[in-house]
Design a protein around this ligand. Structure first.
Ligand SMILES: [Zn+2]
Length: 423
């Protein structure tokens, strides 16, 4: 596993590649293989061989480039409701307004251990000057949240979701500015809202460990809000299948692997809608390698999908919530999906391997005190007993029972046995 400093250095590569892609069109197929060591940041540098390999190469046929494997972790909705940021306020010291890190620190080692970590920032972050709110349809999260999520270990932020217009077009434009500013300061990539059609057609590519990974991000709906005609801002919608097909095919030309984030499906159910399954198959057929689904606020199932030529991609229909202050039991058990994206050195073929899904639990006690995340392997029956669920002060809801047995039932019903990563 890479250390955090290595990971940051690797991620720094990203930015140069993105600039290059923005400035030049066309495939970069003649580019030499980059060093697997992220510390070698010159993209034109030849392969760095160790002594042993160099000696070997003088006596044998030139070997095929080695396979490359990038370990990725993906989580679902970072749903910063009022009681989530109030928990961060309760942890603030030294005059700071919020301290989100204690809410996430139990899962940070898992996030940081991956080469790349992807998150859906469900509640929009507009930057300074916007009133903070954790109320549905009016979300706006504190700017410091973004820094904390990066400190926790996230590199890729998808922002195409139903809350991106919660503060109107002004809020979305401010959020694009906020993330652009963040991308200049820190080695991360945020995507899903674009300044105009040209910006939308610029495929975002990360260069990591010698693999080029393209990211795309689409939303199914915008809570009934819409982008006014006078605005150039673009958001990719899941119903725009022509756009998705074109962008995946373009992404596959400029990158080795394609990861598609889709914010889709129905909330508060584990049932995957038939049209979601159909679109997933199309997205894989068009060439995507991994689909990271979110929006249901519930853990949903996952599977390999096979293309006509027999090759496969993988879909996580919905990873559910990362953090939230929701009050149904199915809302507080989400998924942290870990997998390897492997590029065959000889053929260039990409496969998704070694899938393991660690459940993640949002824990809180009475009055939403001590709200924080736990990975399944750190959660205990004692903690489950102290969870505020069943939360009697909440409006009457349908699924309040709670305990390790409830968590295990949710896990067993929605994470296929072969993908469960529980310890
Ligand atoms: Zn959503």
């Amino acid at each position: 596993m890479m250390k955090r400093t290595d990971k940051a250095a690797a991620a720094l590569l990203t930015f140069g590649v993105m600039l290059c892609l923005a400035a030049c069109s066309g495939k970069t197929e003649n580019q030499p293989i980059e060093s697997i060591e992220p510390a070698v940041t010159d993209s034109t540098a030849p392969v760095t061989l160790d002594t042993e390999t160099t000696a070997l190469s003088t006596t044998t046929e030139p070997a095929a480039p080695p396979d490359i494997s990038v370990n990725m972790l993906a989580v679902g909705d970072n749903l910063v409701q009022t009681y989530v940021y109030k928990a961060a306020q309760a942890k603030a010291t030294n005059g700071e307004e919020y301290n989100f890190m204690p809410l996430y620190e139990n899962v940070a080692p898992i996030v940081q251990a991956a080469d790349v970590a992807v998150i859906n920032q469900e509640t929009i972050i507009c930057g300074d000057g916007f009133e903070i709110s954790g109320s549905n349809l009016n979300f706006c999260s504190p700017p410091v949240l973004a820094d904390t999520m990066i400190d926790v270990g996230f590199d890729i932020f998808t922002i195409a979701n139903n809350h991106m217009l919660d503060r109107g077009i002004e809020g979305l434009e401010a959020s694009i500015n906020f993330w652009d500013d963040m991308m200049r300061k820190r080695p991360v990539l945020a995507l899903g809202a674009y300044r105009g059609p040209n910006d939308q057609e610029t495929i975002r590519v990360q260069d990591i460990k010698g693999m080029r990974i393209a990211y795309l991000s689409y939303a199914e709906m915008l809570n009934g809000y819409y982008i006014p005609a006078y605005s150039e801002i673009c958001v990719g919608m899941t119903k725009e299948e022509d756009l998705i097909e074109r962008q995946i095919k373009r992404a596959k030309e400029v990158a080795d692997a394609v990861v598609v984030a889709t914010h889709w499906g129905d909330e508060d159910t584990h049932v995957v809608r038939a049209d979601v399954r159909e679109l997933a198959q199309k997205i894989i057929n068009w060439g995507a390698d991994v689909i990271i689904g979110t929006h249901s606020h519930t853990a949903e199932t996952m599977e390999y999908l096979t293309r006509e030529d027999g090759t496969q991609g993988f879909v996580f229909y919905s990873l559910g919530n990362f953090i939230s202050a929701q009050t149904d039991n199915f809302n507080v058990v989400g998924e942290m999906a870990n997998f390897n994206i492997v590029k065959n050195g000889e053929t260039g073929a990409v496969t998704v391997e070694d899938i393991g899904v660690m459940p993640v639990i949002t824990h809180y006690e009475d009055s939403f005190s001590n709200l924080r995340l736990y990975p399944y392997n750190l959660y205990t029956p004692e903690l489950a007993d102290s969870h505020a669920l069943p939360y009697t002060h909440a409006p009457r809801e349908t699924a309040k029972d709670f305990g390790m047995d409830v968590i295990n039932a949710i896990v067993d019903a929605n994470i296929p046995k072969e993908y469960q990563w529980l310890e």
